[in-house]
Write a protein that binds this ligand. Structure first.
Ligand code: B12
Ligand code: SF4
Ligand code: SF4
Length: 341
């Protein structure tokens, strides 16, 4: 097939999958853009290593497709359960799976239409690839002070992914250029972060971020427990305050792995760890790197400020149990006032 025709075909197959944003460029061009950006150097180095390891250094014949899927905010229902904890919007359904399903459908189209094989296409989302700098280099948005990729129209509520295809792409028609930061003097996200995890010069301090702590099995100091509030998983404050934050509906119309905006703590705390793992398995919280005991700890701490008298026996048994993480959380909660409703 003629080079130009192949290029048009690839473009139309990508647009058929209805991603919120997409960009196609040669691997060579992507690397050129990353190389000259000091803070993105780690992304350049990672991709160079990957290229040497898996592609025998080939770069000119590779094409990068970067995509983003904006997800809607599934709102809090008017009548939450008696005792509940909130899930941050990105965890309310499995949007990564939705994105991956669309990438797989695209990959299958590419194999059929362009005669490519499975090993010619490398798919990724929430992977080891440096997805934010790659999406920035492809022109999908700018990097905000909250360290997230922000599209001026869509905001940051999107999941990113992409594919590297064994396919030559020439960047002759002026490809979309990377966007410069549009944050200006704004510091709202830095000021809003309850943990002071965002530093203008150094990005995010991982150990302080509540999103990171959501799945960490370390014992939290009392100050972190108090700031945790009614969360079950995730934090979104540095996005909610952003002037670019939009609650778009995007092209997502069904919700795989739906969990909704909250978990019912009465139900959740009645489950043992293996039953909890099974309950969460189809959702984004069922991922292997999210330890169930961390989620259990989150649920206990989220009872603060709620009427947890009905759970006292369970909490006392956890407080004297062998699991230090849960014992610490239960002891802390038992010292908090029981709110009468
Ligand atoms: C580890 C990780 C986390 C960690 C650390 C995040 C972090 N900022 O480092 C934790 C658990 C805290 C986390 C949290 C969240 N994450 Co996360 N996370 C990842 C993951 C797996 C790797 C990111 C990584 O490599 N970090 C390491 C540091 C070194 O890289 P970096 O953040 O890119 O920072 C560098 C650049 O910003 C660069 N830089 C600075 N200035 C500039 C300027 C330019 C021009 C350039 C090019 C680069 C650049 O320098 C920084 C330091 O070297 C990615 C998926 C992926 N493979 O990319 C998802 C990912 C970044 N997360 C994502 C999301 C959605 C979240 C959450 C919003 C979850 C939620 N609650 O909804 C929160 C947001 C918290 C926050 N403010 O970042 C999305 C981001 C979508 C977006 N719009 O940007 C990703 C891309 C997953 C995906 N595929 O969609 N995450
Ligand atoms: S996710 Fe929450 S804790 Fe983490 S940087 Fe943003 S506001 Fe701070
Ligand atoms: S809140 Fe302000 S500083 Fe933070 S990312 Fe948004 S525009 Fe940039």
């Amino acid at each position: 097939m003629q080079k130009k025709k192949r290029k048009l075909l690839l473009n139309s197959l990508v647009s058929d999958q209805k991603f919120s944003l997409y960009a196609i460029l040669s691997f060579y061009e992507l690397m050129k853009r990353l190389e000259i950006q000091g803070p993105a150097r780690f992304a350049f180095d990672y991709l160079r290593k990957w290229q040497n390891q898996y592609c025998n250094g080939r770069g000119e014949e590779l094409t990068v497709v970067m995509v983003a899927l904006a997800f809607p905010n599934i709102h809090l229902e008017p009548e939450p359960p008696y005792c509940y904890a909130e899930i941050a919007p990105f965890g309310r359904a499995h949007f990564y799976r939705e994105l991956m399903d669309r990438l797989k459908a695209l990959s299958s189209d590419l194999r059929k239409e362009l005669g490519l094989s499975r090993k010619d296409i490398q798919l990724f989302s929430n992977s080891r690839f440096p997805e934010k700098p790659m999406a920035w280099a492809a022109g999908l948005g700018f990097l905000g002070k909250n360290t997230l990729l922000i599209h001026p129209e869509i905001g940051s509520s999107m999941v990113l992914g992409g594919m590297i295809v064994n396919f030559a792409w020439d960047d002759e028609e002026a490809p979309v250029l990377p966007l410069q930061s549009q944050c200006g003097d704004c510091r709202l996200c830095i000021q809003a972060c309850p943990q002071g995890a965002l530093r203008q010069e150094n990005g995010l301090v991982l150990e302080r971020c509540l999103q990171h702590l959501s799945s960490s099995e370390t014992i939290w100091p009392g100050t972190v427990k108090a700031k945790w509030g009614r969360r079950f998983y995730g934090c979104e404050l540095c996005q909610e305050v952003c002037p670019f934050y939009k609650r778009v509906s995007g092209p997502v119309s069904h919700f795989p792995g739906y969990l909704g905006p909250y978990v019912d703590l009465e139900h959740l705390l009645s489950l043992d760890p293996s039953a909890l793992r099974a309950y969460l398995k189809p959702s984004v919280l069922g991922r292997s790197w999210i330890p169930v005991r961390a989620l259990y700890r989150n649920a206990i701490i989220a009872l603060q400020g709620q009427d947890f008298r009905a759970f006292e026996e369970r909490l006392k048994s956890l407080a004297s149990g062998a699991d230090e993480l849960l014992a610490d959380a239960a002891k802390w909660l038992l010292k908090q006032p029981r709110r009468k409703q």
